[in-house]
Design a protein. Structure first.
Length: 254
């Protein structure tokens, strides 16, 4: 989002171009008379009308500055929460557990961009062979999202990591809202005990895992899905396969 700079800041930035008679060390916009301000404003306007690219250049510079500030803040957030990201003791771990690069994904089963990212994340992990993937269940899109995460986490507790991955993949591809008939049918298709999983879904442990992941996301100022951490870098939002591969390559080159 573009934030308009103040008139004083804009005037100062453009004064050397629009009104070279004003020396930088003596220019004081607030000390000008009304007539002087009007004349100066006319000069600035005329200059900008003749050189509109100046505005675009200023916006681009501001956006670059803001992006750098956000990246620095995100680096601190990752560093401060690294142990919680990597060692919570319950998040599903896939790929190569001993991989030289770790990717953490905060996801929601009802999120369209999470669904779009899923096959590309799988391809990244499979093709590389040396990446550890950690999945954070972060249901933020309503009750259907919460129900899906409860079912996935309960499956992991009852039937283990392999069953969790199968349910995870099925939920991310599920059309329509997940209700008991759909989840029961999914469990039967995958050879799982639906009654045992359903009995676990509202357990204290399932609630704890969702609450702790949500608290971690809040502390890291994550409010959307998918959100990733590649190594020590926060990546907010969907990234196509090629972009993810480039990030991994950059991490390894550092």
């Amino acid at each position: 989002m573009f934030t308009r700079p103040s008139l004083t800041a804009t005037a100062t930035a453009l004064s050397l171009l629009a009104a070279p008679a004003f020396a930088q060390d003596s220019f004081d916009f607030d000390a000008m008379t009304e007539d002087q301000r009007a004349a100066f404003g006319a000069q600035v306007r005329a200059y900008l009308m003749e050189n509109p690219q100046v505005i675009m250049d200023a916006v681009a510079a501001l956006e670059q500055q803001q992006a750098a500030q956000q990246a620095a803040a995100d680096d601190s957030l990752v560093s401060d929460n690294l142990d919680r990201l990597l060692n919570d003791g319950y998040s599903w771990v896939g790929g190569n557990p001993e991989g030289d690069v770790t990717v953490v994904e905060f996801m929601d089963y009802r999120c369209g961009y999470c669904r779009k990212a899923q096959p590309e994340v799988d391809e990244l992990i499979a093709a590389d062979g040396n990446i550890r993937l950690i999945v954070k269940e972060f249901p933020i899109l309503g009750e259907a999202s919460v129900l899906s995460s409860k079912f996935a986490i309960a499956t992991q507790i009852v039937a283990g990591d392999e069953a969790y991955k199968a349910v995870h993949d099925a939920l991310i591809a599920l059309e329509g809202a997940p209700g008991e008939p759909q989840l029961s049918r999914m469990a039967t298709t995958l050879g799982l005990d639906f009654d045992a999983i359903a009995a676990e879904m509202d357990s204290d442990e399932v609630q704890r895992r969702i609450a702790e992941t949500r608290e971690l996301a809040i502390d890291m100022q994550i409010n959307g899905t998918p959100s990733f951490v590649f190594g020590d870098q926060m990546v907010r939002g969907y990234v196509p396969l090629q972009g993810m591969q480039q990030i991994v390559a950059q991490l390894r080159a550092e």
